[in-house]
Design a protein around this ligand. Structure first.
Ligand SMILES: Nc1ncnc2c1ncn2[C@@H]1O[C@H](COP(=O)(O)OP(=O)(O)OP(=O)(O)O)[C@@H](O)[C@H]1O
Ligand SMILES: [Mg+2]
Length: 288
């Protein structure tokens, strides 16, 4: 995949009823091969609705989804192609494990692609290795795995499709800090080993700020789109739409409100430490 493009995307739930809700409202977004993009926004801002269009699970009420320039709803074959090229890992994907063995579960997608047994084997082993799932789990029932292992098996099933775009909705929700860190690092390693793009939906700013690009949604629209530095420079706007800031950006904002001259665009602890040390150096004494 070279790019996926949403043009004027609109999605309305329960159209024509008293419950009508415009969840996505004329939204434009392009994601290119090789990007790691975090999609952030408050509850109900439309993130899950947006990602369900990327592999044609939801059909837009207006606008188009272009995969390498072609409308994914143009034909049944185009829809099928989008489902194979765009891998979506929904929230708590472990509840969707249903095969008798872990191996069969991870192999489910590649089998649908009608690949040779040898190629299916290769993909299952490679995907399991990427997510850190040991091969001695392959013959077990998915139900026997721990929560963290189930999550990894479910993600491996999508990686085994070798998608051009991997979309993950809150992939680390409910994991302990070590498990969260390990899974995230593995996803980034997978990204670097392929020419794929990752779109990661998260509420966790410490995850978002490790992506190359942040796309911020509010009320079904994109309100900010840029590098973490660019986006976190809009601290007041983010807070006003109900988002948390990374801890370092939050402290920098509080310091600025107290009149301490720390620069905009700080979002990591190291940047904050440097800014405070620079102030001390600059003024020849403690700044705060
Ligand atoms: N199946 C549905 N029928 C009707 N309204 C829906 C449906 N799914 C979502 N909505 C509404 O559409 C809007 C966007 O919902 P969506 O689930 O896309 O938000 P989200 O950003 O993923 O939220 P969260 O962070 O809680 O996962 C919300 O107002 C939600 O109530
Ligand atoms: Mg959601």
């Amino acid at each position: 995949m070279k790019s996926i493009e949403l043009r004027g995307l609109t999605h309305i739930y329960s159209k024509g009823t008293p419950f009508e809700k415009t969840a996505i409202d004329g939204l434009d977004l392009t994601i290119r091969a090789g990007e790691t993009v975090a999609l952030i926004g408050h509850t109900g801002s439309g993130k899950s609705t947006l990602i369900s269009h990327l592999n044609a699970l939801l059909k837009p009420d207006a606008g188009t989804v272009l995969l390498d320039g072609r409308d994914i709803f143009a034909s049944k074959a185009a829809i099928r192609a989008a489902r194979f090229r765009v891998g979506v890992v929904f929230q708590y994907p472990e509840y969707q494990l249903f095969e008798e063995t872990v191996f069969a579960d991870i192999a489910y997608g590649p089998k649908n692609l009608k690949l040779s047994q040898q190629e299916i084997d290769r993909r299952v082993r490679q995907a399991a290795a990427f997510v850190g799932l040991a091969e001695n789990t392959f013959d077990r029932s998915p139900l026997e795995l721990s929560g963290g292992q189930k999550r990894r098996a479910a993600i491996a099933g999508v990686l085994a499709m070798e998608p051009g775009l991997l979309v993950l909705d809150e992939p680390t929700a409910g994991l302990d800090p070590a498990g969260r860190e390990d899974l995230l690092e593995r996803l980034f390693i997978w990204r670097r080993a392929t020419d794929a793009a990752i779109l990661l939906v998260t509420h966790d700013m410490s995850i978002a700020n490790r992506c190359d690009r942040l796309v911020v949604m509010s009320e079904g629209q994109i309100v900010l789109d840029g590098t973490p530095e660019e986006v976190f420079a809009h601290g007041d706007e983010l807070v006003s739409i109900g988002l948390d800031l990374p801890a370092a950006a939050h402290i920098a904002r509080l310091l600025r409100q107290q009149g301490v001259q720390v620069p905009q665009g700080i979002y990591t602890v190291d940047q904050l430490a440097d800014a405070i040390l620079a102030l001390r150096g600059g003024k020849g004494g403690p700044a705060c």
